[in-house]
Design a protein around this ligand. Structure first.
Ligand SMILES: *Cc1c(COP(=O)(O)O)cnc(C)c1O
Length: 421
């Protein structure tokens, strides 16, 4: 069956034909046969240079040989134990060793689980129940954080099936807006357990904090006794060896991870100060558990992956990506298009927007219709990016300069097509 036939089949047995909504796009998504290194191949046999990379987990490239060999070895020894292993300690130590705020780590199965557990922990530790997030930030698909963007007011659910009582405990304010943040804290700090934020907003494209913004949020939360959680599910082990908190030099109280940490296998984790983490069961009164938490296969994949992600890796991938983004900016200048090339380290996006993008409102001004023309033309040119203006594109260690040049050339063609140049 080809992709179109598979999609039709899939729609009969799976809602919308996919197991996560963003994977569906018009007229039908390609179905994957396999992926290796920087390339992903569909069932028709077309290969694409992959800049979606599983939406973030794949930092070494698909199916890294060394990682896979070690994972196979582990699989032969069993895949689920329900009892602890030494490798869990090794991976926890690796996280503690890299991440400034991490004294202790608890492994879970997804980023969603990690943020849910971290928020529960923050509420227990503080004895307060309200939380603050930033408009457009994604912290997984659970009830506490799946809210409509608001303007400092308590939020409404962003999905049916979520009680308003739940989301009325969530405030949502614009990113990069010190004033809005200061006002909210001034008015409500005595009810607020925590602020949860993506240090780089990777779920509305790629929006960086303005200089000083993270430091400001850190200082204000500290002053009011509100916990700060960095959701580093994307940025963790990606923007630098110790994640965004190392990159920007700002230390939160708690941090959540996922994606890269699992080396392509499902994982999540939350970590932070010992005093707070000690409250988690069985030590303390905050319950959190999981059948597959600390799964031996995933943990091995994480260990084998992080072993390869040394300082030099980040220097190399960032240099390659910096050159690539600079090339895009030069190319846009040459064809006379004023768009926003954004990104850092191995993250990038082009906003179809003439004006700078610094929060959700400004990101939303982008031309999403033209973006989809661009997306489809890129596919035709053999390049796969997420089918949305509001996702981030990635570069892996497996992408060669030649691959990136191909991507660049295809982007030029696709931009000309989208903007009818
Ligand atoms: C992907 C993501 C999540 C959710 O992780 P899942 O593993 O998909 O549950 C949470 N926060 C951020 C910042 C993410 O990018």
């Amino acid at each position: 069956m080809n992709s179109q036939e598979l999609f039709n089949e899939s729609k009969i047995v799976t809602p919308g034909g996919v197991n996560s909504p963003v994977r569906a796009y018009e007229p039908y998504p390609f179905f994957v046969k396999e992926a290796k290194g920087a390339y992903i191949t569909d069932v028709e046999g077309n290969s694409y240079i992959d800049h979606c990379l599983g939406y973030g987990p794949v930092l070494l490239g698909h199916g890294d040989d060394e990682v896979m060999a070690e994972v196979y070895e582990q699989m032969k020894k069993g895949t689920a134990y329900g009892a602890p292993t030494e490798n869990e300690i090794k991976l926890a130590k690796e996280v503690v060793n890299r991440v400034p705020c991490a004294d202790m780590v608890r492994f879970v199965n997804s980023g969603t689980e990690a943020t849910m557990a971290a928020i529960r922990l923050a509420r227990a530790y503080s004895g307060k129940k309200k939380i603050v997030k930033f408009e457009g930030a994604y912290h997984g698909a659970h009830d506490y954080v799946l809210v409509k963007s608001g303007s400092g007011a308590a939020c409404l659910p962003d999905s049916q099936g979520i009680p308003e009582e739940t989301t009325s405990n969530t405030f949502s304010i614009p990113f990069n807006d010190k004033m809005a943040f200061a006002y909210l804290m001034e008015a409500h700090a005595d009810e607020i357990a925590c602020v949860i934020m993506e240090p780089v907003m990777g779920n509305i494209g790629c929006v960086q904090p303005e200089p000083g913004f993270l430091r400001f949020v850190r200082n204000v939360t500290k002053r009011y006794g509100v916990l700060l959680i960095f959701d580093e599910v994307i940025t963790g082990f990606r923007v630098s060896r110790g994640g965004a908190q190392e990159y920007f030099g700002v230390k939160p109280d708690l941090v959540t991870f996922g994606k890269v940490l699992g080396g392509g296998f499902p994982i999540g984790a939350y970590a932070g100060k010992r005093e707070i983490m000690e409250m988690i069961a069985p030590n303390g009164p905050v319950y959190q558990a999981g059948t597959f938490a600390g799964n031996p296969v995933t943990i091995q994949a994480g260990l084998s992956t992080l072993k390869k992600l040394d300082y030099q890796f980040y220097v190399d991938v960032s240099r390659k990506s910096d050159e690539f983004r600079k090339g895009l900016i030069d190319m846009l200048g040459e064809i006379g298009l004023q768009l926003q090339v954004v990104g850092l380290a191995s993250m990038f996006q082009i906003y179809f927007n003439r004006n700078p993008v610094f929060n959700y409102e400004t990101a939303k001004q982008s031309d999403t219709k033209k973006f989809m023309v661009y997306f489809n033309e890129l596919l035709k040119q053999g390049i796969f990016i997420p089918p949305s203006q509001f996702e981030c594109n990635f570069i892996s260690g497996a992408h060669t300069r030649e691959d990136l040049e191909k991507t660049s050339n295809a982007i030029e063609i696709a931009l000309k097509k989208a903007w009818e140049l």
